[in-house]
Design a binder for this molecule. Structure first.
Ligand code: HEC
Ligand code: HEC
Length: 393
């Protein structure tokens, strides 16, 4: 696979190339770190846990709900739409205004600009096709429906379905783009046209996959029993990893190759916002179930038998969802500060401190008994931070 296909927008291509360069530089530098190569005596159980955090990159997830997923023409059109300010009502905002390619597709702000977007931190979009539920509160069950909302949202691009459909039909370049991506003229039905726009945007975003990291090289070396190569992974990161798997119990929620179980939790981040509280998953589920664009609705290209719709059909709104947020991936953290749904923690160190000094009284959901105050020493905190950094290129 060509890692920098020509349809990649130039800035993203440059970002990807810089990532590749940084990776080889890191490989060169690895031999000259202060601590000499050595491998902790990881137990068989620990090794199995480590191997379960890979391989990387992951297999693409099948998603029949979007008929143009994986199609080159739709990816190319989606890539140009992503940077196109003509999609917003005032023609000033594009997706890339907030999801900036040179910042791992987020914006570096505490919370996003805009009225409704502005209560939450903008998530990066690398590996976004891995998620079953999208948004901090799980408002969406497909990448394309999560791409439709910002177009129509008050706080973001402020379009209406008829307004946006008109703009595509009446802008020759956009109408031609549609024809190229979908093999036919734009439909006369407004909603069908706008949903297709979101599906092309999703086809593009599904190609955004984060580069391999020093953790992945370590994990693969362990998986093939190559201790000599594994020993080049920094000793501090190895000690931090042991904490992550053991005493910290981080891996219970931050599981699998993407370091997230894809579900929701409460880790005691306060959820106050200017006009009250952010209900998190509770409101997310209400919105998901009420949306005509969920997988149970008419716009799912896989129809009623979509295996991906099972979750949506069976999900139940419960009081414990109040104040729960999606467990984030831990890949590329170095490029996605600040952290948490409200951007309240500015650095990896402050996140480690949050877990170390956890206020257990703040945990309201019954399921979160996994978490407890860790009281880490300075050295342990530094090790855990070193491990978290090793998940970035
Ligand atoms: C004003 C800033 C802003 C703009 C413009 C914007 N987004 Fe977002 N985006 C956000 C924020 C904030 C969230 C988190 C929303 C939430 O969880 O409530 C988000 C969430 C997402 C998600 C879910 C990611 C995940 O990890 O679950 C996707 C996908 C996404 N945006 C795609 C887009 C696309 C495509 C566009 C353009 C059509 C766009 N966004 C425009 C700020 C923005
Ligand atoms: C009970 C499940 C759970 C456990 C256990 C857990 N986390 Fe988390 N983690 C979450 C959730 C949920 C969030 C998002 C919370 C929010 O935004 O309010 C999060 C957020 C984070 C973030 C911020 C990522 C970002 O992009 O904003 C980091 C870093 C992190 N956790 C690391 C850890 C570490 C290290 C441990 C172990 C000490 C750990 N987590 C244990 C559920 C968990």
């Amino acid at each position: 696979m060509n890692p920098h296909p020509s349809w990649m927008p130039p800035r993203w291509r440059a970002w990807a190339a810089a990532g590749a360069a940084a990776l080889s530089w890191a490989a060169l530098a690895a031999g000259t770190t202060a601590e000499p190569p050595s491998l902790l005596d990881f137990s068989a159980a620990e090794r199995a846990q480590i191997v379960a955090h890979g391989p990387w990159p992951p297999k693409p997830r099948a998603d029949g709900s979007n008929r143009v997923l994986g199609q080159t023409a739709a990816q190319a059109w989606g890539a140009s739409l992503f940077f196109d300010t003509r999609l917003s009502a005032n023609q000033r905002l594009s997706c890339a205004s907030c999801h900036q390619p040179n910042r791992a597709f987020q914006d570096g702000l505490t919370t996003a600009i805009g009225r409704t977007a502005g209560q939450r931190n903008t998530p990066g979009l690398l590996d976004v096709a891995q998620w079953r539920w999208l948004g901090w509160g799980g408002t969406h069950d497909s990448l394309w429906s999560a791409s439709l909302t910002p177009l129509l949202s008050d706080g973001e691009m402020q379009q209406t379905v008829p307004g946006l459909a008109e703009r595509v039909r009446n802008t020759p370049e956009l109408a031609a783009g549609y024809r190229e991506a979908f093999g036919q003229a734009p439909p006369t039905e407004d909603t069908a046209l706008v949903v297709d726009l979101a599906k092309a945007l999703a086809a593009y975003q599904a190609t955004l996959i984060s580069p391999r990291t020093s953790f992945d090289a370590f994990r693969d070396a362990l998986a093939r029993g190559d201790s000599a190569s594994a020993a080049h992974y920094s000793p501090a990161a190895q000690r931090g990893l042991r904490l992550f798997l053991g005493e910290g119990r981080c891996t219970v929620c931050h599981a699998g190759p993407n370091f997230s179980n894809g579900e929701f939790g409460d880790i005691g981040v306060p959820f106050f916002v200017p006009d009250g509280v952010d209900p998190g998953r509770y409101r997310g589920l209400q919105q998901l179930l009420a949306s005509p664009y969920n997988r149970l609705g008419a716009f799912n290209d896989a129809g009623a038998t979509d295996p991906g719709a099972v979750g949506t059909r069976h999900v139940i709104l419960e009081p414990r969802h109040f104040g729960e947020f999606r467990v984030p991936s831990l890949r590329q953290l170095v490029h996605t500060a600040p952290y948490m749904h409200n951007g309240s923690l500015p650095s990896i160190e402050t996140v480690v401190q949050h877990y170390s000094q956890l206020n257990e009284d703040r945990l309201h959901a019954d399921g979160e008994r996994i978490l407890r105050r860790l009281n880490l020493s300075d050295e342990q905190s530094a090790d855990l931070a070193a491990f978290l950094r090793s998940l970035s290129d």
